[in-house]
Design a protein around this ligand. Structure first.
Ligand code: CDP
Length: 255
């Protein structure tokens, strides 16, 4: 057994109501977003949310292989969520497990409403999500990064999709639970949404929430999504600012 193994916490909130990592109840983990990380992908993004580290590569819309999967009226979106063996405390088998297959589906369904799949019949879009380090909330962080990678690939979208979980620890509703809070807390509610359209594209619930707690958790998760959306926007704007400067620079050179 590893010496680094997590000890079981007796309390998830201290006497001042602060969480184990020093966060307030309604505070997100420090988050870093990057787009265009991988040069060989059509689009890519990287997210660090707390200790989560996730890389996403997007290809397409492109010819679909194998051809027999092609859909006559729309594009096939494939999301492939995979955890590296070294991404979690107990070595994860490299073979895709049931959880990875389920999360791939959940992530696809959260992203799909934002895409104009009917515009690319018989084609395919592949979204590869590689979890390099996991610390709770990887499905949400993957959705946030995947939609940034889709934007990086220049794929038109109705809105960007952003995701964040709320949860319950010691009977308090908290934002953006980490692995310890997920394991030893009493509730987890991942939410994905299209923030400008104000439409929810994923809502899962694990644990027991009263109607009031449910409402509070949903509002808190949406607030978290809106903060992450601002981060996504600033990364996209930065990319296009850089491109504009480069293009502008070329124009000057031509003159
Ligand atoms: O990551 P997310 O919260 O979306 O999904 P989960 O199934 O609720 O997993 C919660 C956390 O459990 C992950 O983020 C990992 O930190 C951890 N986990 C693990 O330690 N070993 C696994 N084989 C799978 C997950």
């Amino acid at each position: 057994m590893s010496l680094l193994k997590q000890s079981i916490p007796t309390k998830l909130l201290d006497d001042n109501g602060m969480r184990l990592d020093g966060r307030r109840l309604d505070e997100l983990r420090p988050t870093k977003l990057e787009m265009g990380t991988l040069k060989r992908a059509d689009g890519s993004a990287y997210i660090e949310q707390g200790k989560n580290k996730i890389l996403v590569a997007v290809y397409g819309p492109r010819e679909l292989h194998p051809h027999h999967l092609a859909l006559p009226d729309r594009c096939l979106l494939r999301c492939i969520y995979r955890m590296a063996s070294f991404s979690v405390e107990e070595r994860k088998s490299p073979a895709p497990g049931r959880r990875e297959i389920e999360l791939s589906k959940v992530i696809r369904e959260a992203i799909e409403p934002a895409l104009f799949l009917e515009e690319y019949p018989r084609a395919g879009i592949d979204v590869y999500i590689q979890i390099l380090q996991a610390d709770g909330g990887t499905r949400c962080a993957s959705i946030t990064a995947a939609s940034l990678a889709l934007a990086d690939a220049g794929i038109p979208m109705r809105d960007i999709v952003v995701a964040c979980a709320a949860g319950k620890v010691e009977d308090q509703v908290v934002l953006d639970i980490d692995d310890v809070e997920d394991k030893y807390g009493t509730g987890d509610m991942p939410v994905a949404m299209m923030p400008r359209k104000n439409e929810i594209t994923l809502l899962q619930l694990d644990g027991i929430f009263s109607p009031e707690e449910f409402q509070k958790a949903l509002e808190l998760a949406q607030q978290g999504c809106k903060q992450l959306y601002e981060l996504q926007r600033s990364v996209i704007k930065e990319k296009y600012k850089t491109i504009r400067e480069e293009v502008g620079g070329d124009e000057k050179k031509e003159k």
